[in-house]
Write a protein that binds this ligand. Structure first.
Ligand SMILES: [Fe+2]
Length: 211
């Protein structure tokens, strides 16, 4: 493995961007206390996880300011994914209130290219967002998972994101599977969102995405 004659290439890595302090703690609190932050939708898998209705960047001036800050990061993340600084917009956003004992089942986000989570409250280390390598679709899967096996970038099945502070944000490709393990801390509040580029193009043809 450590033979200097062997050159290893890590092919086709997946970008995930962790951004510190996108919002101040006062701004996080302002979002949590916003009139639209009424979490009335109970999650299908966990009664201790509730969601607000979907809201949009132009719903109010404060949302517009929050999305302006997120958009600057989306441009950088989109540059990694598509090799160009494109115009990005947030299609929809919503807030998640996870009580102690709540959790979020594994899922990904459809009709979107970049998704994000903005952490609005402290997050217990046990309920950091976990990202998963895809599963084997309908094929059989073989692993070599036991106490003597080393885990590295080529065989890991999951990745636990860094411990976030309130105001931190993570951006990831929307196809990436993720989940939140059972919350062992206090109320965990986050805002999630989906984003699309204005236009992608290849060989003279463009594909546009619009409201
Ligand atoms: Fe999600």
């Amino acid at each position: 493995m450590d033979d200097p004659q062997n050159e290893i290439f890590e092919l086709f890595p997946t970008p995930l961007m962790f951004c510190r302090q996108v919002l101040s703690s006062a701004e996080c609190q302002q979002l949590i206390e916003h009139p639209k932050a009424s979490a009335t939708q109970v999650n299908h898998h966990s009664k201790d996880l509730t969601h607000t209705q979907i809201f949009f960047p132009d719903d109010d001036a404060f949302f517009a300011e929050v999305t302006r800050r997120i958009n600057a990061k989306l441009v950088d993340m989109g540059h990694l994914l598509f090799g160009e600084k494109l115009n990005w917009s947030i299609k929809e956003m919503w807030m998640n209130f996870m009580k102690p004992g709540g959790g979020q089942a594994m899922h990904n986000h459809s009709n979107s290219f970049i998704s994000g989570i903005l952490y609005l409250s402290p997050t217990d280390p046990a309920s950091r967002t976990v990202f998963f390598r895809g599963f084997g679709d309908r094929g059989f899967v073989f692993t070599n998972t036991h106490k003597d096996a080393e885990t590295g970038p080529f065989n890991a099945e999951k990745w636990i994101s860094p411990e976030p502070d309130a105001g931190d944000m993570v951006l990831f490709p929307s196809y990436l599977l993720h989940a939140v393990p059972l919350n062992q801390g206090d109320l965990r509040v986050s805002m999630a969102f989906n984003a699309i580029p204005e236009r992608l193009q290849a060989w003279g043809y463009g594909i546009s995405f619009a409201k």
